[in-house]
Design a protein around this ligand. Structure first.
Ligand SMILES: Nc1ncnc2c1ncn2[C@@H]1O[C@H](COP(=O)(O)OP(=O)(O)O)[C@@H](O)[C@H]1O
Ligand SMILES: [Mg+2]
Ligand SMILES: [Zn+2]
Length: 451
């Protein structure tokens, strides 16, 4: 085994033979750290080394284990695939250890042997959390250890069905001299766990910390090494958490689950639309309910706009929270040009209530209605929801999954839905009792209809 010294960007994993102040890969400053890279021989021996005739390859059945947390199964594409390696990334404190201890608990009571390894907390600390989460019976083994080789030796010995490592940054391999948490260590850890998992058909979960400002020694650099990458997100001052797949070798990445963090752990929110609308002020100008799609699921959210005269005449503010900044600026310009407003002297704030992020253009019409509602100081009429993409000429374009959006709105008591005219035609044959569809072709028509 040879070893050589390389410099690795701790943000994106770019390598360089010499130290660089600024990373050419990601543009970050002072991210290069010297690491000794051992060049190992080909050790990837769990794969067959001879070509196999196509017809002779056995059908790959993907046995999946379901956990009790149905939302978790959904995000994984229908349960945990036997022997798969799942990476769960998220900011510190978001609830990764909680979620996986709940998963461990559910496997254990089903008489599946689980090994939960923590390199971050003592057994007593984990037990404290476990007691809160109602861990009791079953074959749940805990190990507090930071040496990867010792961890895998124990894992080989007790041979669990499910292996959980909390976290990839906290443990280290003695094969490498670089410190825990560096890119090469994190990769080595993932690599060894991956081989252990495939060799023994052990379903494995890796926890990885991500920091807000760039993913330090990023789980990003592990994405190509694992089967599934899940991201666990949320806002510090909100109790809800969103779990979604970034990559899934065994299923779609469109699903997402919403949980609420409470004293007994994470609880799936069964009606997310009601959850995100529950604090919506009644009869306030500048607030619009929009039917969006999050993952494959329709979700009603509230978009808020606030327009007020600026104190900085030369440079009025444009602030957006939860919406794409450039798209919002574009919509404001369309409103000015097509509806005859002038925002030169106004500060404008746009916000998605509840700390969610909405990326799809179907929210455009909601933004336009919220801004105009605020400008006119006229609340939206009660029971009205909206969706539609807005183009540069102020035209309203059809969007996908119109039926789901309308049904979700109807189920929460929004009997009138303002939507693209193009979508109305698609919905003509649908049976939507008690729901009024108001198709619109451009924003002028939408404003005249609503206000
Ligand atoms: N007694 C408690 N009641 C409710 N929530 C708690 C309690 N103790 C911890 N938490 C929540 O759990 C979070 C920590 O979750 P944890 O799973 O340790 O996160 P991570 O592993 O992602 O760093 C805390 O931020 C807090 O919100
Ligand atoms: Mg933790
Ligand atoms: Zn970089």
């Amino acid at each position: 085994m040879k070893s050589k010294s390389v410099f690795i960007c701790q943000n994106c994993g770019s390598q360089s033979p010499k130290w660089l102040g600024r990373c050419p890969g990601c543009g970050e400053w002072n991210t290069f750290v010297e690491e000794i890279e051992e060049v190992a021989g080909a050790e990837y021996s769990f794969l067959p080394s001879e070509p196999v005739l196509y017809q002779n390859i056995k059908e790959f059945k993907k046995p999946r284990a379901k956990v009790k947390i149905e939302e978790f199964n959904k995000v994984l594409g229908g349960g945990v695939v036997l022997g798969s390696v799942v990476l769960i990334g998220g900011e510190p404190g978001i609830g990764k250890s909680t979620l996986l201890l709940q998963v461990a608990r559910d496997f254990a009571v089903e008489d599946e042997k689980v090994l939960y390894v923590s390199g971050e907390e003592s057994l007593e600390q984990i037990k404290l959390r476990g007691d809160r989460l109602g861990v009791r019976d079953g074959q749940l083994y805990l190990l507090a250890e930071t040496s990867l080789e010792r961890i895998l030796a124990q894992a080989e010995k007790i041979m669990p069905h499910v292996f959980i490592l909390d976290s990839v940054q906290a443990v280290f391999s003695s094969k490498l001299s670089s410190s825990p948490g560096t890119i090469s260590q994190v990769r080595e850890v993932a690599n060894q766990v991956f081989r252990f998992a495939k060799r023994n058909q052990v379903s494995s979960f890796l926890i990885g910390h991500i920091t807000k400002e760039g993913s330090l020694a990023g789980p990003k650099s592990l994405e190509h090494m694992v089967d599934v990458v899940l991201l666990f997100e949320g806002e510090k001052d909100h109790s809800h958490r969103v779990l979604r797949a970034l990559k899934n070798r065994f299923g779609p990445v469109s699903e997402l689950a919403i949980f609420e963090m409470g004293s007994a752990g994470l609880q799936a929110i069964s009606n997310p639309s009601a959850f995100f609308l529950k604090e919506r002020p009644a009869n306030e100008a500048g607030s619009v309910v929009v039917s969006t799609i999050k993952g494959s699921r329709p979700l009603l959210i509230e978009i808020q706009a606030l327009v007020s005269s600026t104190l900085f005449a030369s440079n009025p503010r444009r602030m957006t929270v939860g919406l794409d900044h450039f798209r919002s600026s574009m919509l404001l310009t369309v409103i000015e040009k097509k509806l005859g407003y002038s925002f030169g002297g106004e500060d404008i704030y746009l916000n998605v209530a509840g700390g969610l992020t909405i990326e799809e253009p179907a929210a455009d019409l909601g933004v336009v209605l919220a801004v105009v509602s605020c400008l006119k100081n006229r609340p939206m009429p009660p029971g009205v929801a909206a969706f539609g993409e807005v183009g540069l000429s102020g035209e309203i374009r059809s969007v996908g999954q119109a039926l789901g959006r309308v049904k979700e709105a109807a189920s929460l008591g929004f009997a009138t839905v303002v939507l693209p005219q193009g979508n109305v035609a698609q919905l003509e044959k649908e049976d939507l009792p008690g729901t009024r569809l108001r198709g619109v072709k451009n924003i002028k028509q939408a404003i005249d209809l609503v206000f």
